[in-house]
Design a protein around this ligand. Structure first.
Ligand SMILES: [Zn+2]
Length: 428
């Protein structure tokens, strides 16, 4: 396996093919300086996200405010600054805001925008259903904020999960008018399993008097979604995708089923490790500019665009991850891949130094947070900023709290939940 990684991050030796000739890839060597995480800037970034209006690009995400809040609170918790850079009053307000998004019948909505308040009736309630994603992000944020979850309608939400499960083992997003709504998506499955773990207590094995999901069917669905190349798709016969793979691996881990009886581990690890790719100069270019060079640029420009810089150890200085074959390295996949390998106890197989440098030198932003891609004109966004930080937490970055890879929350937050009486005893 180690040999395989070395070959990914080593310069390719025969880049030309008779059908698609292209200029050779050039290599440059230099001595790397160890980058550091500018913690203050990152905390400032997250405080701005929580306390001031977000840029107008976020307007279409208004129905997902619970998700944005979860990433923002979770990031400050990972940075260890929740008790110091947020006030007790603010934290109490955020907890109240989340509970106001709880539906009378259990489960959470993703934003107050759909709250019908006193106008809610049996017929118009279809416009404001509980949502498995919003429920997951709400509960995770409450855990991050140190809430004891005693005001969560746990029996109602837990009872909703088996109703959301289909015969094939997959989960829907919402129940609307007694119908299961939403595609077959590994993300819904993961969030249903994570909610089960959060709310049943005893690592998902408590509350035996409340209806449960069918664990065997859940595992069988994941098993069928593993593809010929070892990665996992959103559904059977789909394309392997790192985000879906994380969801599947984390779900199996939370169910205590991450082993050979559920999934083929070796091909999975091989597929995950092969997603690390060396940084080439063109990765910093706008896609259209690079396409112009490919279409009408000189051979020299094409060679320059494909240059890979190596450190004195002969390995590429920067190595990010992509989520599917032939895609660009993108910040979030450092988490989806890194967390999957961490759960499989194989994180040591990647080039951690190259990945740290990719995040801290290529996709971090001057105002704090991380961009999706290493483009000079890029801006940070909430999702990639959280996942970039979470990836660094997995790699034991100095000054960042340890991360629980299965739940994407800090280890401290998870252990605080596990120490609650109702959770430890597995009762409602
Ligand atoms: Zn991404």
């Amino acid at each position: 396996m180690l040999r395989a990684i070395t070959s990914i991050l080593s310069p390719p030796t025969s880049p030309t093919s008779p059908t698609f000739p292209r200029p050779p890839i050039e290599i440059e060597m230099s001595t790397p300086v160890r980058p550091v995480l500018d913690k203050k800037r990152h905390v400032d970034y997250w405080r701005r996200c929580l306390t001031t209006p977000l840029p107008s690009d976020y307007i279409p995400t208004d129905l997902n405010r619970m998700t944005l809040g979860c990433f923002s609170v979770g990031a400050i918790d990972l940075l260890g600054e929740l008790p110091f850079r947020t006030s007790p009053e603010d934290r109490a307000c955020w907890v109240e805001w989340i509970y106001r998004c709880q539906l009378p019948s259990g489960g959470f909505r993703g934003s107050p925008a759909t709250d019908l308040g006193p106008l809610r009736t049996e017929s118009n309630a279809v416009w404001d259903p509980a949502n498995v994603s919003a429920s997951f992000f709400a509960v995770a944020t409450l855990v991050n904020l140190g809430d004891n979850l005693e005001r969560v309608k746990r029996a109602e939400l837990l009872s909703l999960l088996p109703e959301m499960q289909r015969d094939d083992g997959s989960f829907c997003e919402s129940i609307v008018d007694e119908q299961q709504v939403g595609g077959r998506d590994m993300r819904f499955l993961y969030m249903a399993v994570a909610l089960r773990w959060f709310l049943r207590g005893k690592e998902g094995e408590g509350c035996s008097d409340v209806a449960d999901i069918d664990v065997q069917r859940t595992v069988a669905y994941i098993q069928r979604a593993q593809t010929y190349d070892g990665g996992i798709s959103e559904k059977p016969f789909g394309e392997s995708h790192a985000g879906m793979t994380y969801c599947a691996v984390a779900a199996l881990s939370l169910l205590g089923r991450l082993d050979e009886s559920s999934i083929q581990i070796d091909p999975l690890v091989r597929w995950l490790v092969h997603r690390q790719v060396p940084f080439e100069r063109k990765d910093e270019m706008d896609q259209d500019d690079w396409q112009d060079i490919l279409d009408s640029g000189s051979e020299e420009e094409q060679v320059d665009g494909r240059k890979i810089e190596l450190g004195t150890d002969g390995r590429p200085l920067w190595g990010g991850f992509h989520g599917r074959c032939n895609k660009k390295a993108d910040t979030c996949y450092s988490f989806w891949i890194g967390a999957s390998l961490d759960m499989l106890k194989k994180l040591y197989l990647i080039d951690i130094n190259a990945n740290r440098r990719f995040l801290l030198e290529k996709t971090k932003h001057i105002i704090g947070g991380f961009m999706k891609l290493p483009e000079p004109e890029g801006v940070p966004d909430v999702l990639h900023s959280f996942l970039g930080l979470a990836a660094l937490a997995l790699m034991r970055e100095e000054g960042v709290n340890r991360l629980e890879a299965t739940l994407a929350i800090s280890l401290q937050a998870k252990e605080r939940l596990m120490a609650l009486d109702w959770w430890a005893e597995g009762r409602l």
